[in-house]
Design a protein around this ligand. Structure first.
Ligand code: NAD
Length: 497
């Protein structure tokens, strides 16, 4: 039998009735990416049909490339925002390799159909969940971990058997160029295509009918991406940001908490989506915690006394716009009466902002309203734990929450009472590096999860399959006509099964 070729506009949205009035889906007459998109779409069934071994070979090419281009990755990140090479190793290369190798190790299991037992009402049937690649995915990456946040979702998309387009951030051009080179060297253009460019390029890409869009970036742009996805009902993962709190109670080991908060906050100069955005310390331990954090900052970034600006362990702010935004937040807080207990030095030519701790910050300060995304750390205090819970829950849902406590009761209370994308107890940021913990936000901080199996599922369709025997089956006893006997059987089903 001949299968007719599907029309090019197979997934084109139907625009009738109400849809016509809003017409979000209307692509411009000539979208520059239409042809490459069609090429990817033509190749998608080939990748979808591949077994785990073939997909693992592709992933292995990726991990080998990373190992042999480690220095190039470090150099690109250093050129973009003076990211210390050791930090690039830790947060961009090692994290990417961990994700890729974890997928290679587990892919066969992830791809295996998962049997689902039949309930009594469906006796005689067999059921399973079969995962299949969604098809063609668009990955839009941010600038703050510009390599890892492009490569990790790419690895998940490839593990799941998708073709993809990756659009790196325009704010880190050296890394974006390197990701383009990676794709050119490793994959045919109809499997993985990297498109460099700014928001205009992203806007044009978003007009196409992707099977899945994986976006990492700000909640504001996330809303734009969601509207674009709605036009084609594309699958969607939104990895967004927000204000992630670190709560330190009176039972915490303060030295330990200070070390972990300082490390998590000032890594990448505070430009980390899951960095502790602010600290909520119990009143009785707040001053000591601040003193401990001051001494940790000195130990990590100024051990020789030459000043933090001279340290080669501390990154710069990515560009002038973000530098001025952060300088504005600091100035606003100080004008409103906040005290700078640590740091506060800013040097525009160098895009340097010193690790800074603020106390006495008034509620109206912008630093308490906006996601900070830089090396400014407000420390607030609370009397009893429910006050901290109330403070956090009165705000938008955090991407991450950090609880420093040695009390199991307090840990249970905090974890149970505050919704957030992810959490770490007596640690900061590290849950993000666990290859098998689902990562993502909730509400304002995101939609869907990534990493490990969750990342594989994000780019897959879980197809629920039921296989019935041929011929006589129990369910046929319930077919019309609805005689008295059939109605009685249906009655029994409703009551007991
Ligand atoms: P951003 O939203 O400004 O940009 C992200 C990407 O979207 C870039 O590739 C950019 O070119 C594109 N873009 C920008 N404007 C667009 C528009 N109008 N239409 C379509 N695309 C557009 O975010 P950013 O400044 O690169 O990153 C910082 C934000 O990302 C922070 O909020 C941070 O918390 C968040 N983030 C989240 C995670 C996570 O895993 N949840 C990770 C890193 C960063």
């Amino acid at each position: 039998m001949e299968i007719p070729t599907p029309p090019a506009a197979l997934n084109a949205p139907v625009t009738h009735g109400l849809a016509q009035a809003t017409d979000l889906s209307a692509a411009p007459a000539a979208n520059r990416f239409q042809l490459p998109f069609e090429a990817l779409r033509a190749q998608a069934p080939v990748l979808r049909a591949e077994d785990a071994a073939a997909r693992c070979r592709r992933l292995r090419r990726l991990s080998n490339w990373l190992m042999s281009n480690r220095e190039a990755v470090q150099q690109a990140l250093y050129a973009d925002f003076r990211k210390p090479p050791a930090e690039s190793d830790l947060t961009e290369i090692w994290t990417s390799l961990t994700g890729i190798n974890h997928a290679i190790k587990n892919l066969k299991t992830w791809m295996r159909p998962r049997p689902v037992p039949a309930p009594l009402s469906l006796v005689g049937t067999r059921s399973w969940v079969q995962v299949e690649a969604k098809g063609v995915a668009l990955i839009i990456a941010p600038w703050n971990y510009p390599f890892y946040l492009a490569v990790e979702p790419l690895a998940s998309a490839l593990a799941a058997g998708n073709c993809c387009v990756v659009k790196p951030s325009e704010l880190t051009p050296h890394t974006a160029a390197l990701i383009s080179r990676l794709a050119r060297e490793l994959f045919p253009k109809n499997e993985v295509l990297v498109v460099e460019g700014d928001k205009d390029v992203a806007t044009e890409l978003l007009q196409l009918p992707w099977d899945h869009i994986f976006f990492t970036g700000s909640p504001e742009v996330g809303k734009i991406v969601m509207r674009a996805a709605a036009a084609h009902l594309s699958g969607l993962t939104l990895e967004l940001g927000g204000k992630s709190p670190a709560v330190v109670d009176e039972t915490a080991n303060l030295r330990d908490a200070a070390e972990k908060i300082v490390w998590g906050k000032f890594l990448n100069a505070g430009q980390t989506c899951v960095a502790p955005d602010y600290v909520l310390a119990q009143e009785s331990v707040k001053d000591e915690l601040v003193r401990e954090m001051q001494s940790v900052i000195k130990r990590l970034y100024n051990p020789g006394g030459a000043g933090i600006q001279a340290s080669d362990s501390f990154a710069r702010i990515v560009n002038k716009h973000h530098f001025r935004r952060l300088a504005g937040l600091l100035e606003d807080a100080q004008t409103q009466g906040a005290t700078v207990v640590q740091g506060g030095t800013i040097v525009e030519q160098d895009r340097y902002i010193e690790p800074t701790i603020l106390t006495d910050v008034p509620a109206t300060a912008r630093v308490l309203e906006e996601e900070i995304f830089g090396p400014l750390l407000p420390v607030l205090s609370f009397g009893q734990l429910p006050e901290a819970v109330q403070y956090i829950n009165a705000r938008l849902r955090p991407l991450a929450q950090y609880f420093f406590t040695q009390s199991p009761d307090n840990r249970r209370l905090l974890l149970g009472a505050i919704p957030a994308g992810g959490a770490a107890v007596n640690e900061a940021v590290l849950h993000f590096a666990h290859p098998e913990l689902p990562t993502g936000g909730v509400g304002n901080s995101g939609l869907g999860k990534s990493h490990g199996y969750a990342g594989f599922l994000a780019f897959s369709n879980e197809k629920g399959v039921l296989r019935q025997r041929v011929g006589l089956t129990a369910i046929k006893a319930l077919y019309p006509p609805y005689t008295g006997r059939v109605r009685r059987l249906i009655g029994l089903l409703v009551k007991y099964l």
